[in-house]
Design a protein around this ligand. Structure first.
Ligand code: PEP
Ligand code: MN
Length: 337
C-alpha cells in the first residue's frame, strides 16, 4: 500500500502511522520526498482496512501497489535508482560499460584483458572466479585464488571489480574481494543465495534466468531488496527459446519493459545473449539504443586460448572499436560513455 501524506505533515503523525502499520504485522516504509512524505505498508494489505487510513487527517491518498514486486516497482519508487559500484554509478546519464574475461585464468591473461577492457571504455572489470558450468567436466574457475588476483588487477588498472558468487556460504568471502556480486542466470531463483546477498550492502548484478519471465526476474530482485539491500542492477542476458542458431535469444524488449516497471538500473550482456563473437558488437549497440544503463561484455586478450567462452569473447581491437561506436551512439539516447 502507498500512503501519500498531505504537505507539511508533522513528524509525530508520521511516526504514529508507521507504528500503527507495524502493529498490524506489516512492514512500514518511510520515504520522505522533496514535496511529500510517502509511506508504504508491505504485506497482507487487507489487514489495513480497519485502520481506515484514508480518514486520517494527514493522509492525502491511499492506493494499493498493484505489482507483486513491491520494493522493486516504480509504483512505490518513481525515480531511477543509481547503483554505485566502486566509484561508478549505474543508472544515471553516464553509461556503465563492464568488461573483462569470462574467467580469471592467470595474472598475464587478466591484466592484458583488463587493459583491453579499459581501452574500450569499460569502467568496471568483470571476471569469474567461481564458474557455473553446464558440464561438471568444464573449467570451474580458480576459486579463492582468482578472487585475490581479480582484486589485485582491479587495483592495478584502477577499476572496481564484479564477480559471480555461486552459493550463500561464499557471499562474505566474495564480498570481501569484489565491489559487486554477480548472481548468474543459473542461480536467479536460488532464494537462499538472494536472501544472503540481501543481507549485505554490496551491490549486485542479477542476471535473468534462462527460463525466467520478466516478472520472475523482478521478483528475484524483490528477495534482495526485501532483505534491505537496494543496490541491485538487473541484467538481460538472453533466454532459451526454440531458436538454437544463437546460444540464447537476447530479449531486448525486456530492457524498456524492465525500466518501465522498475526503478532499478538495467544492463545487457550481449556476450552470453548471443554466444557468437560477431554478433556481440551489433547487439551491444542495440542494447544501448534500447535504453540500457550499461553493458556487460566479455573480452579476452587472446580468445583462442580462453578457458571458457572464447567463442563469444571480443578481441581487444573489437573492444576498442565498440567503445568508439558506443561513444557516438549514446548521445542519441541521452547518455554518454
Ligand atoms: C558469466 O557472466 O560468465 C555467466 C556465467 O553468465 P550467465 O550467468 O548469464 O550465464
Ligand atoms: Mn562467460
Amino acid at each position: 500500500m502507498i500512503i501519500v501524506m498531505k504537505p507539511n505533515v508533522p513528524d509525530d503523525a508520521v511516526t504514529e502511522l508507521l507504528a500503527r502499520i507495524e502493529a498490524k504485522g506489516l512492514k512500514p516504509l518511510h520515504m520522505p520526498g522533496s514535496e511529500r512524505v510517502v509511506l508504504g505498508a508491505l504485506g497482507d494489505e487487507r489487514v489495513l482496512a480497519d485502520l481506515a487510513l484514508e480518514n486520517h487527517p494527514y493522509v492525502e491518498s491511499v492506493k494499493p501497489i498493484l505489482a507483486p514486486y513491491k520494493l522493486v516497482s516504480r509504483e512505490l519508487h518513481p525515480h531511477d535508482t543509481i547503483v554505485s559500484i566502486g566509484n561508478v554509478g549505474i543508472g544515471g546519464s553516464r553509461f556503465a560499460l563492464i568488461a573483462g574475461p569470462c574467467a580469471v585464468e592467470n595474472e598475464t591473461q587478466l591484466l592484458a584483458s583488463a587493459k583491453a577492457a579499459k581501452a574500450g571504455g569499460a569502467r568496471i572489470l568483470r571476471g569469474g572466479a567461481f564458474k557455473p558450468r553446464t558440464s561438471p567436466y568444464s573449467f570451474q574457475g580458480h576459486g579463492g585464488g582468482a578472487l585475490e588476483l581479480l582484486a589485485e588487477v582491479g587495483r592495478e588498472v584502477d577499476m572496481p571489480v564484479v564477480t559471480e558468487v555461486l552459493e550463500s556460504g561464499d557471499v562474505e568471502l566474495v564480498a570481501r574481494h569484489a565491489d559487486a556480486l554477480q548472481v548468474g542466470a543459473r542461480n536467479m531463483q536460488n532464494f537462499a543465495l538472494l536472501k544472503a546477498i540481501g543481507q549485505t550492502r554490496t551491490p549486485v548484478i542479477l542476471k535473468r534466468g534462462m527460463a525466467a519471465k520478466v516478472e520472475d526476474l523482478l521478483l528475484a530482485a524483490e528477495y534482495i531488496l526485501a532483505e534491505g539491500n537496494d543496490q541491485v542492477v538487473l541484467c538481460e542476458r538472453g533466454i532459451r527459446t526454440f531458436e538454437t542458431a544463437t546460444r540464447n535469444t537476447l530479449d531486448l524488449a525486456a530492457v524498456p519493459l524492465l525500466k518501465a516497471k522498475s526503478h532499478l538500473p538495467v544492463i545487457v550482456d550481449p556476450s552470453h545473449g548471443t554466444g557468437i563473437r560477431s554478433l556481440v558488437t551489433p547487439m551491444a549497440l542495440a542494447g544501448a539504443a534500447a535504453g540500457a544503463d550499461g553493458l556487460m561484455v566479455e573480452v579476452h586478450y587472446d580468445p583462442a586460448v580462453a578457458l571458457s567462452d572464447g567463442a563469444q569473447s571480443l578481441y581487444p581491437a573489437q573492444m576498442e572499436a565498440l567503445g568508439k561506436q558506443l561513444a557516438q551512439l549514446l548521445p542519441v539516447v541521452g547518455r554518454t560513455l
